[in-house]
Design a binder for this molecule. Structure first.
Ligand code: 13P
Ligand code: ZN
Length: 282
């Protein structure tokens, strides 16, 4: 059996968590990541017949949800209450590798959570989002949630309307429409950690790879940790530019015609309905 600390998936996960912390996206235990692993790669490092614990999905205040469509799938996931700043130095306490049990109602711990921990309280939102994304993109592997500062700040001063929010972000940096032509879904403020927010997030994830949780943070989904990190990073950069300029007179802007030119040039299809926004100069 190879040493799991040499596994690319674990090294990459730790380094992405460290970067998220460094950027201020994950204060204290804020944020969570789940990464769908290939059974073939995991079995080089772990005995898949050795289950340390079997746990129900839900914490103290929730009812279960049905994860049978992803039964048998293995995820590397952050622990609830665990600090992102500690992930890199002690992955075995702060992270766990779990397999969705055959009944679609429990998870089997294969590695980690060594102090008795369990996966993030946002497990319903993560698993339901994985199911939704796999339905539209069988190569999706990652769901990432965090509290990036400027994206969160923007939630307080910008309308929480998907089309308007997306349009503003696209205008804030030339790269945006190329990186996320599918736009950003937006949910109103909701109680986090619940099955309800999980279901609402997954519904959005059928259409979007990025979902803002009003006045809470953001969810991203992608094929790799890098791609997902990059999506959130691009939104956060645009939100930063917005927050640095929203209170100033707008002299220049990227026009809708220019955004469309970019989309044509880079071969992406912008989400329908975004360009009905007035091309404001403010
Ligand atoms: P967890 O510590 O349970 O992952 O929760 C953090 C969070 O960001 C809740 O939305
Ligand atoms: Zn959160």
């Amino acid at each position: 059996m190879k040493n799991i600390y040499e596994a690319k998936f674990l090294k990459e996960f730790c380094s992405v968590a460290a970067n998220m912390y460094r950027l201020g996206w994950d204060e204290r235990n804020g944020g969570n990541i789940s990464y769908l692993l290939e059974e073939e790669e995991v079995k080089e490092y772990l005995n898949l017949n050795h289950i340390f614990r079997t746990m129900p999905f839900m914490g103290w205040n929730e009812t279960a949800f049905d994860a049978s469509p992803i039964a048998g799938k293995i995820f590397l996931v952050t622990g609830t209450g665990k600090y992102f700043k500690n992930v890199k130095d002690d992955p075995e306490t702060n992270l766990g590798i779990i397999r969705i049990a055959k009944n679609g109602k429990n998870m089997e711990l294969l590695w980690g959570f060594k102090d008795g921990g369990r996966p993030t309280s946002e497990f319903p939102a993560h698993m339901m989002s994985h199911m939704a994304r796999l339905g539209v993109d069988p190569e999706n592997r990652v769901v990432m949630h965090c509290h990036p500062t400027y994206t969160l700040a923007m939630n307080y001063v910008h309308e929480l309307d998907e089309a308007k929010f997306t349009h503003t972000l696209w205008q804030m940096s030339t790269e945006c429409i190329v990186v996320f032509p599918d736009g950003v879904g937006v949910l109103p403020w909701m109680v986090c950690g619940t099955r309800e927010i999980g279901e609402a997030t997954a519904k959005k994830m059928e259409e979007y790879r990025l979902v803002v949780w009003g006045m809470h943070g953001i969810y991203g989904a992608g094929k790799t940790l890098d791609e997902t990190f990059g999506l959130i990073e691009t939104v956060e950069k645009a939100a930063q530019v917005y927050m640095l300029t929203a209170h100033l007179p707008r002299i220049n802007t990227i026009t809708d015609a220019q955004l469309k030119e970019l989309a044509t040039c880079f071969g992406v299809t912008p989400r329908a309905g975004i360009f009905t926004q007035e091309d404001k100069k403010r």
